[in-house]
Design a protein around this ligand. Sequence first.
Ligand code: ADP
Length: 541
Amino acid sequence: MMMNVPLLVAPLLERAEKYFAKKEVVSRTATGIQRFTYRQIGERTRRLASVLTQLGVQKGERVGTLAWNHHRHLEAYFAIPGIGAVLHTINIRLSPEHITYIINHAEDQVLLVDEDLWPLVEAIKDHLHTVKTFIVMTDYEELPETSLEHTRVHSYEKLLEKGDPTFAFDKDLDENAPAGMCYTSATTGNPKGVTYTQRSIVLHCMALGLVDTLALSESDIAMAVVPMFHVNAWGLPFAATWFGTTQVMPGPRFTPQLLAELIQQEKVTTTAGVPTIWLGMLQVLEAGNYDISSLRNIVCGGSAAPRGVIQAYETKYGVPFLHAYGMTETSPVVTCARLKSYQQDLSPEEKLDISAKQGLVVPGLEIKVVGPNGEVTPDGQEMGELLIRGPWIADEYYKDERSSEAFIDGWLHTGDVATIDEEGTIKLVDRTKDLIKSGGEWISSVDIENALMAHEAVFEATCIGVPHPEWAERPVACVVLKEAYRDKVTKDDLLSFIAPHFAKWWLPDDIIFMNEIPKTSVGKFLKRQLRDQLNQHLQQS
Ligand code: ADP
């Protein structure tokens, strides 16, 4: 028999303190770039943990964070689970109503808030029923103006001065106790809470380190662009700390230029974010003189990575693109698209086909694709809903009746429609609600988007179903052209460009040129809003 040692979050940081004390966290904050060693991060984290204890935070209670990616947020990532409390990262881009809802629903006791996000809290403070203490994370001496009583609002740095740098983390914890929490970015209804356990966070970190997964290692300089306020920045801050990886944190309100600069200056080797980030950076790279050759890869997920983007990074800049798939409910990494050894000799086009799919399930998880009656679909043939199970997959939403819709018989029903080919590679066809049903047949909006985005004039493209009297629904595409091509490229140019790839009935009935495609709080195309806009547009025309 083996030792039953609980898997806890605090020892991940302790390892960095002990073995990688000299290695750095490079943190961009409101006043510039600051550098901390893991020794300093360790001491500051212990101070924060002691302060939270002094403030009366109990095991199991939620501490909320409203913050960008920087060293103070990293300290909260370890201090909160380190005292057995629950790190509740709050998506700063949700509506004030949703933010109020989730803070109240999670019953947050303390809120750690970035200074520039303070106005957001100020606006909703009277509706927050459980928060006893606010801590402002600021570089400045003065706290922002507030109409809250001063005793409830503290400065992070001043509190840390009073904290204990030798504070011992709580090791007497159940590995299945809650350690983190994140609400889904809800496009309909209230956000749903997902609770991560001490154990699930550690196991997910292990998966991130596997060579055939993200291969995150001590020798990396990792920059998570994906926000720490959503799904733990894909677990990267936890794993990078554990492995002693140098971390670069891009801080508040970064631009694509700033990301390119940070990659160049800090010699970032791996970075991760949603496709819209990499699309934006491509434009900067095309215009400017940045050297991004230090990158060994770019990890891209959250929505389908467009083929054209993968191709541009790989061929123009020599940076491999690693496409991954996951959800808030799955910690998030479920699959990543790496070529198998015997696929390395395929043609560039065939390889691109594989990289543009979502990939193979990572070790530790199980997946299946099921048809409408729950039957497992034969490999590579039919599409169906993707189901997942495993030790870092949620099995309920926090205090939410909607749990029974997604968690059935030990499987998470993702609401994503996928196929699996004979190699086991998953291809996400669409979200159930975004598939376009035309005359009894399904059209994948994602495939059409991908094809359009491969055109050199197209900056962004999305495709949605609009009601049609005869066919039930028909696809209509919305396209944002790159500046240089505006007024030069027509609908017909785009339609003939994608026509060879599709059956005729798959081609969009219309292409609407826009200045911008509305996006969700995490940078995905907001298709619900587009559908409403287009419906109005069609009714008026
Ligand atoms: P987050 O992206 O932050 O996890 P959600 O949990 O709201 O936010 O979104 C999860 C959904 O995003 C998935 O169910 C899937 O529809 C979509 N998604 C994530 N990664 C990919 C990907 N690589 N390709 C296509 N869709 C993806």
